[in-house]
Design a protein around this ligand. Structure first.
Ligand code: MG
Length: 277
């Protein structure tokens, strides 16, 4: 009898261990395949990028250059509105940050931009609440549709293509350069706008270069299309300029020191023809 029981105990132990492993995964295994990549959208098996400690946040804000359009300097939300044209209802805090006021909705710039360089500083809530995509979620959307994810990704497991600085649902960053909850973090993003032909077909995709807390995490990464959840991103033709949108995902994420430099002259430059210079 003992010889029969022993293997059963081993089997039970193995089943128990496997159950624990499966419960730790976050993501999906029933989503469509990403074009050109061996992974599904939000793939549960996609490895997370290595953690790189960026060091502490600077005590000073990065000053806006003289040719920048200042989108938020700590005093007013005048540059922003909601999608229905309401003045931005997020909260301006006494320390010069603005904070997402839940249920008020996304805010977007009144002014429209094409290719640009964006500097934005953000901080997830100091008091950790929620997990995975429910923890410090927001996002920066160029043209209101191409998202660089904002998330508290400090010791917070989620699917790789949904963590902080990901091209959400498309590419994880090359490193997890996140600071801890409540700490100020920076994104410096060079966004190259897509171009469309008169018939609406795509001529040139969008690209993003992203520096997170001083660390390069995307080097001219191509967007597959407009950000989508659980499906493959697609392009739909739009104007050459559009709003920059900040997402209200229901978490009280803060922002400060947001400025943008339009880059119209750079867009049509073709690196592949640039020999001998
Ligand atoms: Mg988001």
């Amino acid at each position: 009898m003992h010889r029969v029981l022993r293997p059963s105990f081993v089997l039970l132990a193995l089943l128990s261990a496997c159950g624990t492993c499966a419960a730790q995964g976050v993501g999906y295994s029933d989503t469509p395949q990403l074009p050109g990549q061996p992974w599904r959208v939000h793939d549960i098996d996609r490895p997370n990028p290595p953690v790189v400690d960026p060091g502490p946040a600077s005590a000073c804000e990065v000053p806006a250059p003289s040719d920048a359009v200042v989108l938020f300097d700590g005093t007013t939300l005048d540059a922003w509105q909601h999608g229905d044209g309401r003045d931005a209802e997020w909260t301006v805090l006494p320390d010069g940050a603005m904070q997402i006021k839940g249920s008020t909705g996304d805010i977007m710039t009144r002014q429209h931009f094409g290719s640009c360089q964006l500097h934005i500083e953000w901080a997830s809530p100091e008091k950790v609440s929620g997990k995975s995509q429910g923890r410090g979620n927001s996002g920066v959307f160029f043209f209101g549709r191409y998202e660089i994810q904002i998330l508290d990704s400090f010791d917070n497991q989620t699917y790789a293509d949904g963590q902080a600085a990901s091209l959400y649902g498309q590419y994880p960053p090359d490193a997890n350069a996140s600071r801890g909850p409540g700490a100020w973090q920076t994104y410096d993003i060079i966004f190259e706008a897509p171009e469309f032909a008169d018939d609406g077909s795509l001529v040139s995709p969008a690209y993003a270069t992203v520096i997170h807390n001083g660390i390069l995490v995307h080097h001219r990464r191509e967007f597959i299309g407009a950000t989508a959840h659980r499906s493959v991103a697609k392009y739909t033709a739009h104007k050459p300029e559009g709003e920059i949108k900040l997402q209200d995902h229901g978490n009280p994420v803060r922002f400060r020191n947001i400025w943008v430099r339009p880059l119209e002259a750079e867009k049509t430059h073709d690196d592949h023809d640039d020999h001998g210079h």
